[in-house]
Design a binder for this molecule. Structure first.
Ligand SMILES: [Zn+2]
Length: 412
């Protein structure tokens, strides 16, 4: 069986790597750094202990394999990541990799041979904190590689391409990591929720029904600057006042739809003087929903509202699309098998939407996916104090174990 203490010890042990001596600063494990290297070696040793055959693909994804009775069947893949954001915590990513290894170890200890080959993957650079990128490993594996990101630089001016080369990888051969559609029977990922739904519902774990796709814009409003003292209110074309009006509408429009979320996280005002009416205001918009149509409707409403406000105030507006990922539905069969597993193990659960993107988003392009969320204390993540309890982590791992058995049995 999945071993609660061992799983917890692994989480704590891995969580020491990259940890600052100042606890408030959490831990930082960025891609292609000594900390990541040490962490990878530790995870590799856990994989070996779990009876997995370990290899690394062309994109640096660490893969542990347990050959099935019928090696011709597509594989069941479990995974997540071990890189972190700057000053992150012990659970984001690590929990998924370590739960997957624990499942493999439990299979070994019970001497259960699955029909499918099982692969446990620690994906390269999911967070993308060092180069402001993300999901390098899963992009390469799914043939989704954004080659422009190889030119992005870290704080020191080193490009991702250079870092890859220094770490011994060939940037031109990243696509060797690619898997074909149909070669993966199911991709399952355990992850901390990074939200408050489970805590509010008093549940340790949840089964994800879909992953909301982010769509990012930079919206720029142009008006006319002028003297704050000598320009009467009725003669102003003030983009800042318009932005304030727009923001309240964005909040309201997202709030009208059940799963839509909209966030303005960046704001710049030019010229930015205390006694100058701004000439230009630009702000970001992050819009998400698990349903593409709902996201489209929200975007349309926001743009209609902005058009009306801009028109009324005599301003100009310009939209720049910065990033777009379509939402992904989890595979209904896998979701059903996970829910059945929770019943069998008597772990109460619910279905919920993932607001954050994960490697699963990429995997969904070539395989059926499902995710299991583990309750996050206060919904916090990407912070030193992100936390999930030992019992909750255990529930996540044993639900994964039981789900794997179901999937192996049902998908033949
Ligand atoms: Zn993560």
């Amino acid at each position: 069986m999945v071993n609660k203490e061992r799983l917890w010890n692994h989480i704590m042990e891995l969580g020491k790597i990259g940890e600052s001596t100042d606890k408030k600063k959490g831990l930082t494990r960025l891609v292609f750094t000594p900390e990541e290297d040490i962490a990878k070696n530790l995870v590799k040793s856990y994989m070996v202990d779990a009876g997995l055959t370990v290899m690394e693909d062309a994109a640096g994804n660490l893969i542990g394999k347990r050959i099935g009775k019928n090696p011709d069947l597509p594989v069941i893949m479990l995974g997540s990541h071990i890189d972190t954001v700057f000053r992150g915590g012990k659970f984001d990513g690590a929990l998924g990799v370590l739960s997957a290894i624990e499942v493999a170890r439990a299979l070994k200890e019970k001497d259960i041979k699955l029909s499918h080959t099982l692969e446990v993957v620690s994906f390269t650079d999911e967070e993308g904190a060092r180069f402001s990128t993300g999901m390098l490993g899963s992009q390469a594996m799914t043939g989704n590689l954004d080659r422009d990101m190889l030119e992005r630089k870290d704080d020191q001016g080193i490009t991702l391409k250079e870092a890859l080369t220094d770490a011994g990888y060939d940037p031109d051969k990243l696509t060797d990591a690619q898997r074909s559609k149909g070669s993966i029977a199911a991709y399952l990922e355990v992850h901390i929720e990074q939200g408050k739904v489970l805590e509010k519902s008093d549940l340790s774990v949840g089964v994800v029904s879909g992953i909301a796709g982010p769509r990012w814009f930079r919206i720029t409003l142009r008006g006319e600057s002028g003297h704050a003292g000598s320009t009467p209110m009725d003669l102003r074309r003030d983009p800042m006042a318009a932005a304030a009006e727009i923001l309240t509408h964005i909040e309201a429009i997202a709030g009208e739809q059940r799963n839509t979320v909209a966030t303005v996280g960046q704001f710049t005002v030019e010229p930015g003087g205390i006694n100058i009416i701004p000439e230009k205001v630009s702000f970001s918009l992050d819009l998400r929903d698990e349903d593409l149509e709902n996201r489209r409707i929200a975007e349309e409403k926001i743009k209609e509202t902005i058009a009306e406000i801009v028109d009324r105030r005599g301003l100009e507006v310009d939209y720049q699309l910065l990033h777009n990922l379509d939402p992904v539905k989890c595979d209904p069969v896998l979701v059903k098998l996970a829910l059945e597993a929770s019943k069998k193990r008597e772990i109460p659960t619910t279905t919920l939407v993932s607001g954050a993107g994960h490697d699963s988003l990429n995997l969904a392009g070539i395989a059926p996916i499902a995710m299991i969320f583990v309750r996050s204390r206060k919904g916090l993540s990407h912070r030193p104090d992100e936390w999930s309890t030992k019992d909750d982590c255990y529930d996540g791992a044993r639900l994964l174990y039981e789900t794997v058995l179901n999937v192996d049995r049902e998908l033949q």
